[in-house]
Design a binder for this molecule. Structure first.
Ligand code: COA
Ligand code: MG
Length: 298
C-alpha cells in the first residue's frame, strides 16, 4: 500500500467512497476510480451472517493492493457489537491508513478502540462517525478522546432516524448537528467529512449538498457511487479563481509587509495576516491535490 504522510486538513479527502465489504466487483472497480479515499465497509452494508466472510475478504483485498495513491480505510462494526474487536484487530493487521468507528456513543469507545490499536502496534489512524444524538452532544469530548483520532465523519441517516427527523433539501433541521460537530473537530485540530447523499442519481441535489458542506467548512464528502466522485472532487477543491485570488492576497500582504505595514488593500478590501494565512492554506491545499493527482493511480 502506498505510504503517505498525514498533513492534517491539507491531505485531500474530497471524495470518500464506500464499498460494501462483500462486493468484490466494487473493490476491483475502485482501482480505476478517482476517489481520494476508499472505505471498505464491514458495518451497515454487510448482513450479520456475512460479517466474518466480509472481514476476511476485505483484509485479502487490502493485502492484494493495487489501490495506488488512494487512502485506504476500513469501517468496522460499532463498539459493543459482537464483531468490533475482531474487526479492529483485522484492520490493524492489514496495515490500513485509518479505521472508521461508526455509531460512536461517547469518548470511552474512541479511547477503547484507540488503545486496542495501540496494543496491536498498528499504524492506523482513527475516524469517528458522528451519527448519534449522544455523539453530537459530547462531540468536544469525543474529539479529544485519543491521539489516533484525526477526523469526524458525519452520519446524518442514522442521526435523522434517531431524532425522528426528516432530512429536507437544505438540511436546515440538521444544521445544528453539522455545525456543532465541525466546531468540535476544528477546536481539536481534526478533519471533518460531510455525510453521504443517498439519492445517487440526483446530480443537482448532490451538487447543492456538496456546495453547502463546502461552505460550512467540511473537507470532503462521503460518497456511495462512482457517479458522485467527480462532482465531490470539484466541489471540495479550490476553484481556479479561488487559487488566483489567494495568490493575489498573499502577494498584496507580502508587499505591505515589505513596507513595514501589517494591513494591505486589495481591490478595495482590507487584507490582514489572517487573510494571508487562509489564502496560504488554499494554495497549499491546491498543491496537495495537484501532487496527489500526479501520483500513479494504481
Ligand atoms: N464502489 C465501487 N464501484 C461501484 C460502487 C461503489 N460503491 N457502486 C457502484 N459501483 C460500480 C458498479 O460495480 C458498476 O460498475 P461495473 O458496471 O463496471 O461493474 C457501476 O459502478 C455502476 O453501478 P450501478 O449499476 O449504477 O449501481 P448498482 O445499482 O450496482 O449499486 C448501490 C448501487 C447503491 C447498491 C452501490 O452503489 C453501493 O453498494 N454503494 C455503496 C453502499 C455502501 O457501502 N453503503 C455503506 C455506507 S453508507
Ligand atoms: Mg451509519
Amino acid at each position: 500500500m502506498a505510504e503517505f504522510t498525514e498533513t492534517g486538513a491539507a491531505r485531500p479527502r474530497r471524495s470518500c467512497l464506500y464499498m460494501p465489504g462483500t462486493n468484490a466487483r466494487a473493490h476491483e472497480k475502485a482501482k480505476t476510480l478517482a476517489a481520494d479515499v476508499l472505505i471498505f465497509d464491514l458495518e451497515d452494508s454487510v448482513a450479520p451472517d456475512a460479517k466474518e466472510a466480509a472481514r476476511a475478504q476485505v483484509s485479502a483485498a487490502i493485502a492484494a493492493g493495487g489501490f495506488g495513491r488512494r487512502e485506504i480505510v476500513v469501517r468496522v462494526n460499532a463498539m459493543g457489537t459482537p464483531w468490533a474487536e475482531a474487526d479492529l484487530r483485522a484492520a490493524a493487521a492489514s496495515g490500513v491508513h485509518a479505521v472508521v468507528l461508526p455509531k460512536v456513543a461517547g469518548p470511552d469507545q474512541v479511547r477503547a478502540a484507540g488503545d486496542l490499536l495501540d496494543a496491536e502496534g498498528a499504524g492506523a489512524r482513527l475516524w469517528a462517525m458522528v451519527e448519534t444524538a449522544r455523539a453530537v452532544l459530547c462531540a468536544p469530548e469525543i474529539a479529544a478522546a485519543h491521539s489516533r483520532l484525526v477526523l469526524f465523519a458525519m452520519g446524518l441517516e442514522d442521526l435523522a432516524k434517531e431524532l425522528h427527523a426528516e432530512i429536507d433539501g437544505a438540511r436546515t433541521n440538521l444544521l445544528y448537528a453539522l455545525e456543532r460537530s465541525l466546531l468540535a473537530a476544528r477546536a481539536h485540530g481534526l478533519g471533518a467529512i460531510d455525510a453521504v447523499y443517498p439519492a445517487f442519481t440526483d446530480d443537482a441535489g448532490f451538487a447543492a449538498a456538496c456546495a453547502q458542506g463546502r461552505g460550512l467548512g467540511f473537507d470532503g464528502k462521503q460518497v456511495i457511487h462512482p457517479r458522485q466522485i467527480a462532482p465531490a472532487n470539484a466541489a471540495f477543491a479550490p476553484s481556479a479563481a479561488a487559487i488566483s485570488e489567494a495568490k493575489a492576497i498573499i502577494a498584496a500582504f507580502a508587499e505591505a509587509a515589505g513596507k513595514g505595514q501589517h494591513v494591505a488593500v486589495l481591490d478595495g478590501r482590507m487584507v490582514e495576516a489572517l487573510h494571508a494565512a487562509e489564502a496560504q492554506r488554499v494554495v497549499d491545499f491546491a498543491a496537495a491535490i495537484a501532487a496527489l493527482e500526479g501520483e500513479p493511480t494504481a
